[in-house]
Design a protein around this ligand. Structure first.
Ligand SMILES: [Zn+2]
Length: 241
């Protein structure tokens, strides 16, 4: 397990965790099922390790899942699945705080190509640049469509990975749903504003909100939403309802 952790740390630094081959059990007499019992029965519950479990789980700021940046953390996700990597079952750097939806969505999936790796928050920062964008759809009520668009200077593999991460955790659907609630929340305020302000002034207001959201989190769905709203002449001209 100690040797496996050292190999993992090296691959984590190089963003090549997909190259670690799966094994059946630990070398020696310990089976995969026994390691799963060690995790569920001992690591998660026993006094000796509960503190470590709690520290890993409570690490994210405001308790927000680092995989979707939206829902709250409820468990630890085995970044490399325990079914294929029993030696990493209780390795802290393989245990990533996650919401239950993200944990469930990924399940035992493991990348077979570099571009199919989701981001690992301990080793990689997907928020070093802007990649999340949105456009307004002229529907009734208005809706928002999200898509990843990594910067041109990102390496091809990193750009492919953000698309993979975005699709794996179903972020388009998640963010669209929250944006729909947000649009409903701001509708009344925009109707009032439209009585005394031009569509251009409404656009300026929405862009200011976007700037504040961007300062808090470069790839927040709120930032992408407010920028898309400010960019849409249709929305600012009354498309908000
Ligand atoms: Zn999540």
């Amino acid at each position: 397990m100690i040797a496996a952790e050292a190999v993992y740390a090296q691959h984590g630094e190089n963003s090549t965790l997909y190259l670690i081959p799966g094994t059946d059990g630990l070398s020696g007499p310990v089976s995969t099922a026994e390691m799963e019992r060690v995790y569920k029965g001992t690591f998660v519950k026993s006094k000796g390790t509960r503190e470590l479990y709690g520290a890993l789980k409570s690490a994210p700021e405001n308790d927000i899942c680092p995989l979707c940046s939206q829902r709250t953390v409820s468990q630890l996700d085995h970044h490399l699945p325990q079914s294929a990597h029993p030696a990493l079952t209780v390795t802290p750097i393989n245990l990533v705080p996650a919401c239950s939806e993200c944990n469930k969505t990924k399940l035992a999936q493991q990348a077979v190509r570099a571009g199919e790796q989701t981001f690992h928050p301990y080793f990689e920062d997907a928020d070093d640049d802007r990649w999340l964008f949105a456009v307004v759809k002229e529907t009734t009520p208005a809706s928002v469509y999200f898509f990843p668009q990594p910067p041109a200077h990102w390496e091809a593999i990193k750009a492919e990975r953000i698309g993979w991460h975005f699709a794996t955790y179903k972020l388009a659907e998640l963010y669209a749903s929250h944006a729909a609630v947000e649009l409903n929340d701001i509708k009344f305020g925009l109707q009032e504003m439209a009585e005394r302000n031009s569509p251009e002034e409404i656009s300026i207001h929405l862009r200011r909100v976007a700037a504040s959201r961007a300062a808090a989190h470069v790839n927040s769905w709120r930032r992408a939403t407010y920028e898309a709203l400010a960019d849409s002449a249709w929305f600012c001209g009354g498309g908000f309802g």
